[in-house]
Design a protein around this ligand. Structure first.
Ligand SMILES: CC(C)(COP(=O)(O)OP(=O)(O)OC[C@H]1O[C@@H](n2cnc3c(N)ncnc32)[C@H](O)[C@@H]1OP(=O)(O)O)[C@@H](O)C(=O)NCCC(=O)NCCS
Length: 190
């Protein structure tokens, strides 16, 4: 197991080709997918031939950033994942933080614990200067994690007509929100 980092209760390890079922189970819960694409499960084919190879590609090319599987230390169970990598159009020192956990793991502070550790590693070891994150405005849990990590709201913007939430099973409208944390501010927060 190639461990990227550990916290008190979590191990963040590299994904392997054997994680197809873990990812498939995670994305099969419409509640997990609610604020991703309106609640639509990801197909096994897409995971096997698209998402997982994309995750593995980060390690293959030796990138310092990427996607990591979150494992609960006490049970050894796969809880979900964190990503920490520059988003499209962002500079190399501006990673985007994200997370997706199984419903059974929600409300235990795991997303905050993993995110705080990634933010610390990003600013102290990986050369990050600014960390960003995005969510739908209605995704209170995700926004709360961003706030607990020390991020602040940068902008709120309307989503486009073809946004997944508008065409997904629930069909509800929600603005997008962007958060950010500058290295200087993080250092000041102590
Ligand atoms: C977002 C997610 C990763 C949060 O994981 P988590 O481990 O439950 O997060 P934490 O326990 O660290 O913190 C969640 C916070 O949100 C709060 N919260 C959760 N649901 C809430 C709600 N409906 N209304 C208000 N607050 C809520 C919790 O009380 C907690 O805040 P607190 O510590 O101040 O009480 C998890 O909900 C998830 O995987 N959701 C599905 C995927 C997803 O939406 N990912 C983010 C895409 S932007």
């Amino acid at each position: 197991m190639q461990i990227f980092l550990q916290t008190e209760r979590l191990i963040l390890r590299r994904f392997t080709g054997a994680d197809v079922d873990n990812l498939f189970d995670l994305d099969s819960d419409p509640e997990v997918m609610r604020f991703i694409n309106g609640g639509i499960p990801t197909s096994r084919d897409e995971i096997e031939h698209d998402s997982l190879p994309a995750f593995l590609h980060y390690y293959e090319r030796g990138d310092r950033y990427g996607f990591w599987a979150a494992i609960e230390k006490s049970s050894g169970e796969f809880l979900g994942w964190f990503h920490f990598r520059p988003g499209e159009g962002s500079g190399p020192n501006e990673p985007e933080l994200g997370y997706r956990l199984r419903k059974s793991a929600w409300g235990k502070g795991y997303a905050t614990e993993g995110s705080k550790a990634l933010v610390h590693k990003g600013f102290t070891e990986l050369g990050a200067e600014r960390i960003v994150a995005s969510a739908y405005e209605a995704n209170t849990a995700s926004r709360r994690v961003m706030e607990k990590v020390g991020m602040t709201l940068v902008r709120t913007y309307p989503v486009g007509q073809s946004d997944p939430l508008l065409v997904g099973p629930e069909r509800f409208n929600s603005n997008g929100v962007d958060y950010a944390l500058e290295k200087d501010d993080w250092e000041r927060q102590g």
